[in-house]
Design a protein around this ligand. Sequence first.
Ligand SMILES: [Zn+2]
Length: 88
Amino acid sequence: MGLHNLLEDEVINTINNLLKDRHNICTCDKCRLDIAAIALNNLNPRYVVTEKGVLYGKLDTLDYQFDADLIKEVIKAINIVADKPHHE
Ligand SMILES: [Zn+2]
């Protein structure tokens, strides 16, 4: 049994989708993770119980407002990291 924050998957997916269209900024793994950390810290976690890596409960469908907030926070985080990448 374990805990998994559903937002991690959502945020990573959203970052990957948004960065596809951003060719003027660094999209290395370090920057992706920095973006994910910033966005996740600004969003409420959605923990679910997993068993052997399998989701235990049925996911509730992600509602529109939740999605809009998530995308907003990811875009903010992308802009923060694009301004100041944490590496040379
Ligand atoms: Zn980078």
